[in-house]
Design a protein around this ligand. Structure first.
Ligand SMILES: Nc1ncnc2c1ncn2[C@@H]1O[C@H](COP(=O)(O)OP(=O)(O)O)[C@@H](O)[C@H]1O
Ligand SMILES: N[C@@H](CCC(=O)OP(=O)(O)O)C(=O)O
Length: 368
C-alpha cells in the first residue's frame, strides 16, 4: 500500500483488545514483538513513528484482580495507574531488540486545548522524533475525570496526529474497517474501501464498541477521522490482531482509508492564519527578508511589540512601515518579547534570567 510506504510521519493507535488476551488478561507479548519489528521497518525507511497505546486499564484490572464488570471511574483510574507501568515496560522491552528507544507521554484533553501545553508537547515530540525515539502516548487516566477526558484513544490519537503534523494515522482495531453497519450484528454490512467525505450517512453507520475491553467503538473512530483529515492527515482503520499488522497492510490486508483534505503543512498554516491575533510584532527589513525566505523569526529582528499576549498566542507580524507579513504563534510573552527585542538568541538567558527558545516564532508556527 503506497500510503504506508510513503508516509513520513505515522501515528499508530493500538486498542486494548489487541494488546491484552481477552481470556487470560495477559499481555500478548508475541504480538508486541511482531509489531515492534514492523515499526522498526517503518523507521528504517525513514518514517517517524508515534504510538498511541491503550491497555493500561485492561492490564491494571487484572493485576488488581478486579472483576470483569463495568468499573467505577475511580477504579479505572487506579487500574490505569497500575497497568500503565507494565504497558510502558512491555513496549520498552519489545522495541529494545531493534535498537529503538521508547518514551512515555501521558496527556489529557486539557493538554491539547491549552495552546501553551500543546506547543510544549509539539516541541518535545519533535525533539524525541529527532532523536529517533518512539513516543508512546496514552491518556493520563489517573488525573482525567469525566468532563476533561477523551475516554477513548481514537480521538486522542487523532489529536496527537494533528499535533505532530503526521501524514498518516493508522487505527488498529478488532475490525478491518468501517462497515455500512455493525458487522457483529448486521450480516448485510459491507466494508468501505475509501471514505472521501464524512457525511451524516457515514456517521450514522458507526456504532458503539463490541468488546468489553474497548471504549469508543466505530463512533469515536469516525470522529477521529474528521479531526485527522481536516488537518491533512490520512486515516486508516484496519484489523490488528494478527501478527505483523503493519507489514500486512503493505501486503494487501483489507482496510478503510479516509482521505485527507489538505496536506498537514497547509492545514496547519490555515489554522494559524484563522486565529484572532492578540498583538503585533514589528520587525526590521532583515527579518522581513528571512521570513520571505521561509525562516523563523529571531528576537534580533524584532523592533517593537504591541499588545499583551501569552506564550503560544497568535500575533501579527508587520514591518516598521506597517506592511503585514503574516501571523504566527509566539514562543514568548509580550513582556519577554519586549525585553529581548533586537537581541541575539545567545543573550536571551542573560536578559530574562532563564534559558528560553532560540526563536521567537518558529517557521512551522507561522503563516506568511
Ligand atoms: N459500522 C461499523 N463498522 C465496523 N465496526 C463497527 C461499526 N459499528 C460498530 N462497530 C463496532 O466497533 C468495534 C471496534 O471498536 P472498538 O471495540 O472500540 O475497538 P478498539 O479497541 O480497537 O478501539 C467493532 O468490533 C464493532 O463491534
Ligand atoms: N487510556 C485507556 C484507553 C481507553 C481506550 O480508548 O481503549 P480502546 O478503545 O481499547 O482503544 C487505557 O489505557 O486503558
Amino acid at each position: 500500500m503506497a500510503i504506508l510506504t510513503e508516509a513520513r510521519r505515522v501515528v499508530v493507535k493500538i486498542g486494548s483488545a489487541l494488546l491484552v488476551d481477552r481470556a487470560t488478561g495477559a499481555l500478548r507479548t508475541d504480538w508486541l514483538e511482531a509489531i515492534s519489528e514492523d515499526i522498526h521497518a517503518l523507521k528504517a525507511r525513514g518514517a517517524d513513528v508515534v504510538l498511541v497505546s491503550s491497555g493500561s486499564i485492561a492490564l491494571g484490572r487484572v493485576i488488581l484482580k478486579l472483576r470483569m464488570t463495568q468499573l467505577a471511574l475511580e477504579q479505572s483510574q487506579a487500574a490505569a495507574a497500575v497497568g500503565q507501568i507494565s504497558l510502558a515496560r512491555a513496549w520498552q522491552q519489545a522495541l529494545a531488540p531493534h535498537g529503538l528507544t521508547a518514551a512515555q507521554i501521558l496527556v489529557t484533553l486539557e493538554d491539547s486545548a491549552d495552546r501553551r501545553r500543546y506547543l510544549n508537547m509539539r516541541a518535545t515530540m519533535d525533539t524525541l522524533l529527532g532523536f529517533g525515539v518512539v513516543p508512546i502516548v496514552n491518556e493520563n487516566d489517573t488525573v482525567a475525570t469525566d468532563e476533561i477526558r477523551y475516554g477513548d484513544n481514537d480521538r486522542l490519537a487523532a489529536q496527537v496526529a494533528v499535533t505532530v503534523g503526521a501524514d498518516l494515522l493508522v487505527l488498529l482495531s478488532d475490525v478491518d474497517g468501517l462497515y455500512t453497519g455493525n458487522p457483529n450484528s448486521d450480516p448485510e454490512a459491507r466494508r468501505l474501501d475509501v471514505v472521501t467525505e464524512i457525511t451524516p450517512q457515514i456517521e450514522a453507520m458507526a456504532g458503539d464498541a463490541g468488546s468489553g475491553l474497548s471504549k469508543g467503538g466505530m463512533k469515536t473512530k469516525v470522529m477521529a477521522a474528521k479531526t485527522a483529515t481536516a488537518s491533512g492527515c490520512a486515516m486508516i482503520i484496519s484489523h490488528g490482531a494478527e501478527m505483523h499488522p503493519l507489514r500486512r497492510l503493505t501486503e494487501g490486508a483489507p482496510f478503510t482509508l479516509f482521505t485527507p483534505h489538505l496536506d498537514p503543512h497547509a492545514a496547519r498554516k490555515r489554522w494559524i492564519a484563522a486565529m484572532k491575533p492578540q498583538g503585533t510584532l514589528r520587525v526590521d527589513d532583515g527579518a522581513a527578508r528571512a521570513l520571505a525566505a521561509g525562516k523563523s523569526l529571531l528576537p534580533a529582528g524584532l523592533r517593537t511589540v504591541e499588545g499583551d499576549f501569552g506564550r503560544g498566542e497568535p500575533v501579527t507580524i508587520r514591518t516598521l512601515a506597517g506592511q503585514t507579513l503574516g501571523q504566527g504563534l509566539t514562543r514568548y510573552t509580550a513582556a519577554e518579547a519586549r525585553a529581548i527585542a533586537g537581541h541575539h538568541s545567545s543573550e536571551i538567558e542573560q536578559i530574562l534570567g532563564y534559558p528560553g527558545r532560540a526563536v521567537l516564532i518558529h517557521r512551522d508556527d507561522m503563516a506568511v
